[in-house]
Design a protein around this ligand. Structure first.
Ligand SMILES: *[C@@H]1O[C@H](CO)[C@@H](O)[C@H](O)[C@H]1NC(C)=O
Ligand SMILES: *[C@@H]1O[C@H](CO)[C@@H](O)[C@H](O)[C@H]1NC(C)=O
Ligand SMILES: *[C@@H]1O[C@H](CO)[C@@H](O)[C@H](O)[C@H]1NC(C)=O
Ligand SMILES: *[C@@H]1O[C@H](CO)[C@@H](O)[C@H](O)[C@H]1NC(C)=O
Ligand SMILES: *[C@@H]1O[C@H](CO)[C@@H](O)[C@H](O)[C@H]1NC(C)=O
Ligand SMILES: *[C@@H]1O[C@H](CO)[C@@H](O)[C@H](O)[C@H]1NC(C)=O
Ligand SMILES: *[C@@H]1O[C@H](CO)[C@@H](O)[C@H](O)[C@H]1NC(C)=O
Ligand SMILES: *[C@@H]1O[C@H](CO)[C@@H](O)[C@H](O)[C@H]1NC(C)=O
Ligand SMILES: *[C@@H]1O[C@H](CO)[C@@H](O)[C@H](O)[C@H]1NC(C)=O
Ligand SMILES: *[C@@H]1O[C@H](CO)[C@@H](O)[C@H](O)[C@H]1NC(C)=O
Length: 726
């Protein structure tokens, strides 16, 4: 891996220095003066204080869990560096069967969720009979599962036969004796329970008594170590919580960015030869530790916007495309020899390929896998399309047996699948256009319009003002899902009237204190109205920004991410949240899942406001949607160089300041919010708009309850102001 972080930072600072002096300073009392303090008022690397990554690859325990110590333990604090030895002692069984409370136990807290290989430095052991004292380990991301007996959460347990002499044991997958006394290898966890015990099946090598001395513990982190010098993009705003969640999201995603290793994936048959030894984005730090296409729709964006490792995404998309089935279907993951049947992930493959193209400019990938895309769109989905409605209809052919990102048992013309089809068709048409395949582009665009119209004709429930989910027999089920409503808006199928109505419906019926549920009720399955998927919630948050409802987008972000931040393990973002705000699948739930990091692209794309509009940001757009955020600044990495944006708002008095520094050769539309079309807008002090366009091809559009003036600029440094000149 090659990182350009520090080089890049220096050039960014240099570019800032170039921008600032050209701005004339208004009188300190004026609102305009206050707006312009942005880039200069705080140091340019202030954002680094939010970074969660440890600074080194080897880390040590932070504390001993207060009520986690049981049995005869001498100096539990000895497991903390520099606190002496810890001794666990358990009497021999001949003195009667030991009660559970006599099992010497210590629970160690590493302070934050993180995957790696644990090492224990043993000072020696004592046992009076043949066999060695057994130490067992149980790992957990959350302390509520940390007290369980042997496996804590989903992690399998580790077993150690402690030698009589001092040595360091490291958690490498494998067994000490043939198939006995086995360790699991990597674990994603925050807490580890260490206790003296032995499996019957490990006899005669271990026994559950004796004395063991431990000098120290350490963890060798196995994940992308996101230290400050590795950041190629960053974000900062007037809202400290939003800032912290942006970096928490990056941290979570970094924990999922690792080299795929046969011993560290989900235990199912998933060690894909095509990805082994390569950098990938896994779904979760604890499990499945396996790459999935759909998850990348969120996690790859987080990755592109924070670190220069596009290969982590590309390696996954390439391997799964290489396993495309003859009928055009693409497996969602390597699990069970590429046979897990999901109906939506081939469409996410197209959306993710489009993102790879737009964020990193990887034309070679699109050219190489162009036929893969044709097979998906022209073979697989037409074969499960109802040719009367033109909608993908689950139930045609063998599609009824397929699952989706949440294994939802639903059927018929599912809104989510068809809206995602519209997105994939449009993305494919855009890629086809760039590659000069005009007929493909025209065919896919035309089909996209037909499917979008069908969604509106057949799937809208006028009685409540939201889209139906799918069918129950001959009629639509009386249920409305977050996924279909959100993607209908993002795909553009829903016009602004329907988008506003559908989002109001979700706010009224799906909002829970820990996020927005993926269903409004339990018609499809019990508990669905209480379950929040961080994955699909991102698309609702996006839909809110896209519809101009910044306040409700930020409100949903604060509810969802505020809940995860406030609950164990803290910092990392969960796979899903269930009834009462608990991990939705109990101990099995991954509490560090890349697909839960949508707060990162949401804030960069909509609050900072930077989006790619052409391959590799060759064309970009900057359109801040501030809500109650007062200012934001940050960098978006592109293959042409960084785009730096800083904006400050005093919309109460109708003023907005935005500076953008984009690489030479790129161009884009910069949009600033204005109260009405008579507000003047200046580009580098030249009047661009006032009641009508004067320069920079300025245009005005109504957008929710605000208006925006857009100007077209070339790469270079520009200052755009609304309501005042500088
Ligand atoms: C330890 O304390 C935590 C919270 O303080 C509590 O939830 C848990 O039940 C306690 N566990 C034991 C084994 O006492
Ligand atoms: C605990 O173990 C130590 C030896 O490691 C021993 O000296 C002590 O007596 C034991 N305490 C109890 C209460 O059994
Ligand atoms: C078992 O109990 C006897 C009598 O109380 C005691 O002398 C002996 O030390 C105990 N053994 C162990 C291993 O604790
Ligand atoms: C994988 O596990 C096997 C035993 O199952 C072990 O021999 C090998 O060293 C492990 N490889 C790694 C990279 O840990
Ligand atoms: C940590 O793990 C890495 C990768 O497995 C290895 O190269 C490195 O030597 C380990 N560091 C220590 C101190 O064991
Ligand atoms: C995986 O599937 C392929 C294609 O069906 C087959 O050739 C191969 O033998 C399978 N591998 C395993 C390990 O089952
Ligand atoms: C719908 O029409 C397309 C194009 O003619 C065809 O490929 C597909 O098989 C048809 N779908 C079904 C379910 O018959
Ligand atoms: C799926 O739902 C149908 C009814 O729509 C029901 O008959 C079937 O048993 C359900 N399948 C599962 C696996 O729950
Ligand atoms: C949105 O679509 C609906 C249904 O086609 C239509 O009634 C409504 O007028 C449209 N709204 C706008 C603003 O176009
Ligand atoms: C337009 O907005 C400006 C700045 O807020 C305000 O001064 C002006 O009165 C508004 N004009 C109209 C027609 O609303």
């Amino acid at each position: 891996m090659v990182h350009h972080g520090s080089l890049f930072l220096r050039s960014f600072i240099a570019s800032l220095v170039m921008i600032m002096p050209v701005i004339a300073t208004p009188t300190p009392a004026s609102p305009a003066y206050q707006l312009q303090q942005l880039g200069s008022s705080s140091s340019s690397d202030d954002w680094q204080k939010y970074i969660r990554s440890p600074s080194a690859q080897i880390i040590y325990p932070q504390s001993i869990v207060v009520n986690g110590t049981l049995g005869n333990v001498t100096n539990a604090d000895g497991l903390l560096t520099g606190h002496g030895k810890t001794i666990l002692t358990r009497p021999a069984p001949e003195n009667g069967s030991a009660a559970d409370s006599s099992i010497p136990t210590i629970i160690v807290d590493f302070g934050q969720n993180i995957p790696g290989y644990l090492s224990i430095k043993f000072g020696g052991a004592y046992n009076s009979t043949p066999g060695l004292p057994g130490i067992r380990l149980a790992f957990s991301e959350s302390i509520q599962y940390g007290y369980l007996t042997d496996v804590s959460d989903f992690s399998r347990s580790d077993n150690i036969a402690v030698k009589s002499y001092p040595y360091t044991w490291t958690d490498i997958h494998g067994c000490e004796y043939s198939d006995q006394v086995c360790a699991d290898g990597i674990h994603g966890f925050r807490y580890v329970k260490i206790y003296m015990d032995a499996l019957d099946s490990d006899a005669p090598y271990t026994s559950n008594y004796g004395a063991v001395s431990i000098d120290s513990l350490s963890l060798n982190i196995s994940a992308f170590l996101g230290t400050p010098d590795t950041f190629t993009g960053w974000f900062e705003s007037s809202d400290d919580k939003l800032n912290q969640w942006w970096y928490d999201g990056v941290y979570t995603n970094d924990l999922c960015t690792d080299v795929l290793d046969a011993n560290s994936t989900d235990p199912r048959n998933a060690a894909s030869p095509g990805m082994l030894g390569k950098l990938v984005i896994l779904d979760g730090a604890k499990r499945d530790r396996l790459p999935y296409i759909g998850d990348l729709a969120v996690s790859a964006r987080t990755s592109y916007l924070s670190h220069d490792v596009p290969e982590a995404t590309r390696n996954v998309l390439a391997d799964l495309a290489n396993h495309q089935r003859a009928d055009g279907w693409i497996p969602p993951a390597s699990i069970n020899n590429y046979t897990l049947l999901l109906l939506d992930y081939p469409l996410w493959w197209i959306a993710c390929t489009y993102d790879l193209f737009m964020y990193t400019g990887d034309t070679d990938f699109v050219v190489t896998y162009y036929q893969t895309m044709i097979n998906v769109l022209d073979d697989f989905y037409p074969a499960i399309t109802d040719n009367t409605t033109q909608m993908i209809t689950k139930g045609i052919g063998s599609s009824g047996s397929y699952g989706d990102y949440a294994f939802i048992n639903r059927s018929g013309p599912i809104t989510y699948l068809n809206a995602l089809y519209v997105i994939a068709l449009d993305n494919a048409a855009s890629m086809a256009t760039y590659l000069g395949h005009r007929q493909d582009a025209a065919r896919w665009s035309a089909r996209s319009m037909v499917v979008a119209a069908a969604i509106n004709t057949y799937n809208f429930d006028s009685s409540v003002g939201a889209f139906f989910d799918g069918s129950c027999g001959d009629t639509y089920c009386a249920t409305h899902a977050q996924d279909g409503n959100s993607l209908s808006i993002l795909s553009g199928a829903a016009n602004v009237t329907r988008a506003t109505s559908a989002l109001a419906y979700l706010a009224a019926h799906n909002a829970r204190f820990y996020g927005n549920a993926f269903y409004d009720n339990d018609v499809v399955a019990g508990g669905y109205s209480q379950r929040v998927y961080t994955f699909i919630s991102y698309f609702e948050i996006e839909a809110r920004f896209k519809t101009g409802l910044a306040d409700s987008a930020l409100e949903e972000i604060r509810r969802l991410y505020g809940w995860m931040e406030a609950n164990d393990p803290g910092i990392t973002m969960w796979e899903g949240i269930g009834q009462g705000g608990q991990p939705y699948e109990g101990a099995f739930t991954s509490l560090a899942h890349g697909w839960g990091t949508g707060v990162v692209p949401a804030l960069t794309n909509y609050v900072l406001g930077v989006m790619p509009q052409g391959p590799g940001f060759s064309i970009f757009s900057v359109k801040p949607i501030p809500g109650d955020v007062q200012w934001a600044k940050g960098v978006v990495p592109t293959p042409h160089g960084p785009i730096y944006v800083a904006w400050d708002s005093n919309q109460a008095v109708g003023l907005f300041y935005l500076s953008v520094s984009a690489p030479t050769g790129t161009k884009g539309a910069v949009s600033v919010p204005v109260g009405n079309s008579s507000v003047p807008v200046y580009v580098d002090n030249e009047l661009a708009w006032e009641n009508n366009g004067h320069a920079y091809a300025a245009t005005y559009e109504n957008y929710a309850d605000a208006g925006y003036v857009s100007v077209q600029v070339e790469g270079g440094d520009h200052v755009i102001t609304a309501g005042y000149s500088i």
